[in-house]
Design a protein around this ligand. Structure first.
Ligand code: SAM
Length: 298
């Protein structure tokens, strides 16, 4: 964004943008763009700021503080959503479905998978550490022949079916999110329909295991960043998780919060440990990669 196109003096916006970026997981440039847009929406205030800036501290004005507050709040809620732009997720899923149904060109499929992985907040933050993530994953859990990925998000799109995970012959992924299920089902046309299956279901329905295309028991249940989220938002679903027909479990949590620049590792570790204990299991392995740590439980 050029300095000339900023609605109010750059030093004012920079100061606020840096303060936002210090607290929330957005860059100063992203915060600057959001602030510019917010001020551009209040032209009367912008005119008064341009007149009075330099004569008085305009940052103390109530109207000024209100614009900044709303902008901070908007950024915060954006960070909490799985898809910052839900229309875009639907659009890219549609493109992906068309591509695999028509020509399934390898390069294009890979590019669309990449975009989908970046669109979902959970896979986006794993993005820079995939190679190491799967190294630790297989070191910890071996290569399971059967996997049940619970609250899968877009994760199956990154699973190395053709690489280190080629020994996985059956991968069932469940989630309640329509976009996720459409994307994973489309990916199954590439990975193998008998090998990868996506099922839309809600974990707060206690009968969910009976909706699985294969009842199990699966060698490995995968719950990546799922338990801490459900403990906060959906306790019924946490009870549902305990019913997963799996021999072993790989669970992960976050080191840093999705929204704020603060560590939540200690809290997430204790949540996972309590869940494992309540499930009557024991921790037999662990790892830490990027912003994520994991436990293997048997
Ligand atoms: C934090 S995301 C993790 C996604 C994925 N496991 C990963 O780490 O990339 C949590 C996922 O759980 C799903 N979810 C939340 N509540 C659910 C429920 N009651 N039933 C099924 N899925 C649920 C969400 O749609 C979301 O995809």
């Amino acid at each position: 964004m050029s300095v000339e196109s900023l609605p109010i003096p750059e030093e004012l916006l920079r100061q606020e943008a840096e303060s936002i970026a210090a607290h929330y997981r957005v860059s100063a440039d992203e915060a600057l763009a959001a602030l510019s847009q917010a001020f551009a929406g209040v032209p009367d205030l912008v005119r008064r700021i341009q007149l009075r800036h330099g004569e008085e501290d305009v940052t103390r004005w109530r109207a000024y503080r209100e614009v900044v507050r709303e902008c901070r709040q908007g950024l915060y809620y954006g960070l909490r959503r799985y898809y910052p732009l839900s229309d875009e997720a639907e659009r890219v899923v549609g493109e992906f479905e068309q591509e695999v149904a028509a020509s399934a060109r390898a390069e294009r499929v890979e590019e669309l998978c990449e975009r989908l992985l970046r669109l979902h907040a959970s896979t986006r933050e794993r993005h820079s550490s995939y190679a190491e993530f799967y190294e630790r994953f297989f070191e910890c859990a071996g290569v399971p022949a059967t996997i049940l990925d619970i609250g899968c998000g877009m994760h199956p799109l990154s699973y190395p079916f053709k690489g280190a995970g080629s020994g996985t012959k059956r991968y069932v992924a469940v989630d309640r999110d329509v976009c996720v299920i459409r994307a994973v089902s489309a990916h199954a046309r590439v990975a193998g329909k008998r090998r990868l299956q996506a099922v839309r279901l809600s974990l707060d329905d206690p009968g969910w295991p009976s909706e699985l295309p294969w009842r199990g028991p699966y060698e490995l249940g995968v719950m990546l960043k799922v338990v801490p989220v459900l403990i906060r938002l959906d306790r019924a679903a946490v009870l549902g998780l305990q019913a997963a027909p799996v021999a072993r479990l790989l669970l992960t949590g976050n080191v840093e919060s999705l929204t704020r620049r603060q560590s939540i590792e200690a809290r997430e570790r204790s949540v996972l440990k309590r869940f494992i204990q309540n499930a009557g299991r024991q921790i037999t392995g662990e790892f830490r990669v990027g912003n994520e740590f994991g436990y293997l439980a048997e």
